[in-house]
Design a protein around this ligand. Structure first.
Ligand SMILES: Cc1ncc(C[n+]2csc(CCOP(=O)(O)OP(=O)(O)O)c2C)c(N)n1
Ligand SMILES: [Mg+2]
Length: 731
């Protein structure tokens, strides 16, 4: 296959650049061959059981080296996938760095022994830590490109600042930088592929998408994944792209195409899509045997398209190198690979103490004194906020004003999500009030701070969170909204496998301190199944993620400020029923008011039993406790956890030691719910202090129904809490 470029908008390879010089050809050959020999060395080590996994770039080397040499490491940005050894080698990772990851050494600079081989990262080269999840990285590249564009238009936003996450992120950016991201052809079936192409196209972002098409996704051939068998045909109508479909085994064609693709991006014309046909020279990985599903003739035909053999023949044919010179080069590369492996095998292994490092930021502690401003700030005069009076305000108002205050203070904050803008068509803003979110929590932000900082996303939740990861690694602070908790699930993959893991898997090199605001919960009357779900324990079960769940206006304001200023990803759950409730309204506490994570609040003191709860059950538990006191003389102490991960064990333990009886209550379903963990820990660590079994209250193990009599029965009501209080008191 020859070079075929369709390129309506940008400068193309048709400009017939100079032929590659002998020196360039030799260098390309050296990189491709070294990559292959590193793969072969790993295969040997795996067979000797000295390493534990192997997946190779064999057959993809021309495409990858061509891509790398067209880019500027440490200037452009890279979001590779798990097969990109030759790419990363050509960008500047060393064989030693690669082999240290193969053996899982402490000094593995990409992950400290946490990730499989070929999952590299390098802050110096701008290679952002990659996962094994197929296609998630494409959205990170999109968010990264958006962040680069934002900084180049607002360079003052990149200034160093103290007192929050910015003290530890010094963004570097360039007006003509490019983000390169690679993916296999099978993975183009993922929704995230299309979500990434969508935004890159729509916003004319400088992203080069490279599809490494080896015809198979493990055992699944291309025509099963891609209708018609050719991804180029399917994407051809996306606007603003430079498109090229090329022979990915011809190094020169690859290099020239990526140069043209990068030029298109650097000129601000939009993204590029390079579809390279290559071969999978070995099976999918060393755990796979392609003889099980590929015909012999097909495998033999692929073997003839080995890019290394092809380039070697060219070097000989064109007299660039003699056979002896090639042998000598190859021998010295064999030695480089072997010596790197030898050194790696001698390298010290990670200590067991290292396991918990970098789950969260080691720089900023959101439970610490920096955010302990709850008492000092309450009642301070409001100087900068939107609300300037001392009347009680709703939770919705105090969240909105916190967003205003923080956006004014920190230019790195962007806000996006579904319907969060006042009006995407700016010309309407002079005559309309604006939408500002389906619950109006972001009202007025676009009008105040402009459409570059507050904008609507496509209707695609993985897109929202995946792009936020890209923004986050560049040192920005995306505060995104998922419209309803019920629709967070398309983003779950990004939240669990990318957002929350970025710091740990890169051993602290990268982090994505994103805030995800999510309206949650029921008691709505008519909310039904898809507007009333809870499910917080699915997120508290994710290491690396902070989970916040305020029950009143003041807590929401102070905790959101901490969420925004800290350096960890935060899931900020806002109970819809509490947004405009009379309960829990508060005066505006001023623009520096902050509450540390992991600090519960005793919202009612008592002596007979402890009730641990949060969210919408706080006012319901208070009602029940008042009645218990009035009608039964039972004194209940109520602890509002406020943050669920981390949570305030000390507050729970000291109260239970005092009362010896405890109920854990939440709105979410009882079984496998958040209370199960708290109850188990109380049983384990406070057994001696208890006079009765630990009791739990939660919703029925079903979804929330539409008809109010069903909803009332399904969700825990004050009467149910009261009943449990009376029962436990009698035990
Ligand atoms: C989201 C996700 N689903 C499944 C897998 C398991 N898996 C790993 S590689 C792979 C095939 C990928 O094929 P392709 O995108 O063509 O890339 P190639 O490996 O052929 O280069 C699969 C199914 C995964 N890693 N991530
Ligand atoms: Mg493939």
């Amino acid at each position: 296959m020859g070079l075929a470029v369709s390129n309506a908008q940008g400068p193309g390879v048709s400009q017939t650049p100079d032929r590659l010089s002998p020196r360039q050809l030799v260098e390309i050959y050296r990189l491709m061959y070294l990559s292959r020999r590193l793969d072969d060395r790993e295969i040997l080590l795996k067979r000797q059981q000295k390493i534990y996994f192997q997946i190779s770039a064999a057959g993809h080397e021309a495409l990858q080296v061509g891509a790398a040499l067209a880019m500027r490491p440490g200037y452009d940005w890279f979001f590779p996938y798990y097969r990109d050894r030759a790419l990363c080698l050509a960008l500047g990772l060393t064989p030693d760095e690669m082999m240290l990851q193969s053996v899982g050494a402490a000094a593995d600079p990409s992950s400290g022994g946490r990730q499989m081989p070929t999952h590299w990262s390098s802050t110096k080269l701008h290679i952002v830590s990659t996962s094994s999840s197929t296609a998630t990285q494409l959205l990170h590249a999109v968010g990264c490109a958006e962040a680069g564009r934002y900084f180049s238009r607002h360079p003052e936003a990149a200034a160093k600042a103290e007192g929050d996450y910015r003290a530890f992120h010094e963004p570097d950016f360039h007006d003509d930088e490019v983000s390169l991201t690679c993916v296999g052809e099978g993975s183009t079936s993922q929704g995230e592929f299309w979500e990434a192409i969508n935004t890159a196209s729509n916003q004319k972002l400088p992203v080069v998408f490279c599809v490494e098409d080896n015809g198979y996704a493990i055992s699944v051939p291309v025509e099963v994944n891609t209708p018609g068998g050719n991804i180029s045909k399917l994407v051809a109508n996306f606007p603003n792209f430079f498109f090229a479909e090329i022979d990915g085994t011809d190094a020169e064609v690859c290099l020239r195409t990526f140069e043209a693709a990068a030029a298109h991006c650097r000129a601000g014309l939009g993204p590029a899509f390079v579809h390279g046909h290559c071969v999978r020279h070995y099976s999918h990985s060393l755990s796979d045997d392609d003889k099980l599903y590929r015909a012999a003739a097909e495998r033999e035909a692929d073997a003839l398209r080995d890019p290394i053999a092809k380039l070697q023949m060219r070097l000989l044919r064109e007299g660039v190198m003699t056979e002896a010179e090639i042998n000598e080069l190859e021998k010295s590369m064999d030695q480089v690979a072997a010596e790197a492996a030898e050194r790696a095998l001698e390298a010290p292994l990670p200590t067991l103490e290292s396991i918990t490092r970098h789950v969260y930021s080691e720089d900023i502690d959101p439970t610490g004194p920096l955010f302990d401003r709850e008492n000092e700030a309450v009642g301070e005069a409001a100087t900068e906020g939107k609300i300037k009076d001392h009347n009680p305000h709703t939770m919705a108002d105090l969240i909105n004003v916190c967003l205003h205050d923080e956006m004014r203070r920190d230019e790195r904050i962007v806000i996006y999500g579904e319907d969060v803008a006042d009006a995407s068509r700016e010309e309407a803003l002079s005559e309309v009030k604006g939408k500002g979110g389906v619950f109006k929590l972001t009202a007025g932000l676009q009008t105040t701070f402009g459409s570059e900082r507050v904008f609507n996303s496509p209707l695609a939740e993985a897109n929202i969170v995946g792009r936020a990861v890209g923004y986050g690694v560049r040192g920005m602070k995306p505060v995104v909204e998922i419209q309803f908790f019920d629709y967070i699930w398309p983003a779950m993959h990004q939240i669990r496998n990318e957002l929350s893991l970025m710091r740990w898997r890169s051993n602290g090199a990268w982090g994505a301190p994103v805030v995800i605001r999510v309206p949650i919960g029921g008691y709505l009357t008519g909310g039904s199944i898809y507007h009333s779900q809870s499910g917080e324990s699915m997120f508290t079960h994710i290491p690396g993620l902070r989970v916040v769940f305020p029950s009143n206006a003041l807590d929401a304001n102070g905790l959101l400020r901490t969420a925004i200023r800290c350096d960890d990803p935060v899931l900020f759950l806002e109970h819809k029923r509490l947004y405009r409730e009379t309960y829990g309204r508060a005066p505006y506490p001023g623009p520096e008011f902050a509450i540390p994570f992991g600090k519960a609040k005793t919202v009612r003191s008592g002596t007979d039993m402890t009730l641990v709860t949060y969210g919408a059950l706080v006012p319901r538990a208070l009602q029940a406790a008042e009645k218990a006191q009035r009608e039964h003389g039972i004194s209940v102490e109520i602890i509002d956890l406020r943050t669920l991960s981390p949570y305030d064990w000390e507050a729970i333990a000291s109260s239970v030691r005092k009362t010896s009886r405890v109920i854990v209550a939440h709105e979410d379903m009882l079984s496998w719910g958040y209370g199960a963990e708290i109850a188990a820990r109380i049983g384990d660590e406070l057994f001696e202090d208890l006079d009765a079994p630990v009791k739990r209250i939660g919703a029925m193990d079903t979804f929330v129904a539409y008809q109010p009599i069903l909803e009332d029965e399904i969700l825990p009501q004050p009467e149910k809490i009261l009943k449990a209080i009376v029962q436990l008191n009698a035990f």
